[in-house]
Design a protein. Sequence first.
Length: 253
Amino acid sequence: MSGRALSFGVMAEAYERFRPGYPVELFDTVTAHAARPVRTALEIGAGTGKATRLFARRGIAVTATEPDGSMLAESRKHLPPNVRTVRAAFEDVRPGERYGLVYAAAALHWTDPRDRWSRVAALLEPGGVFASFGGPIRPADPAVEEAVRAARSPFLASDEIPSPDGTPPEHAMQWPGTELQRSGLFTDVRQSVIERRLTMTAGDYVGLLSTVSAYLMLPPSEREQVFDRITRVLPATVEIIADITVHVARRQG
């Protein structure tokens, strides 16, 4: 688990406050891929439980794993009783119980690529479903997006995480679908996008940026400067594109 992955813990309350939740359409997209009702799930890197709530409140018994104690403590304030929380990195979860669904919400890229898919497969029931979903959030107005890019450029060339396997952005199938297809452990790999537009105040948008790992890894003085520069170029209200890219696959067998 990298320092960048664990940097979220210091911002657990901000993460809960500013990160958007997940729509019911996501639940429908994931569970529709299962050949039977999904009753149990293991979540990789639950954070403050934004996705956990989506699945648990619709009757799935979720085991939510999260390595950061601060994030886990924040999540426990908001989770329904059918969620079991476990402080553990994905690599520390030992195979034993198997689940109808294993999923990761904007967290899969923090896991160790060397045995990622064999671990996932070992935790799934035969025919069980794996899902990964997330995506960058950016201003919908190109002029605002460019102003933010220019404001952060002395400190960060980009605040997005590059494709973990180097898949170019123009390819039809993006990571992790590419790795799922190559693994030989999964079938029926699909990619879809749930389009989403949100509106928030400039202050909340900067609050959202304060939870993004690229900014969290900056020295505190630089982080303060970049947020000040971004605040000065934002309109009072910011419309953002927050599309969710969803990958689903079914375990062989």
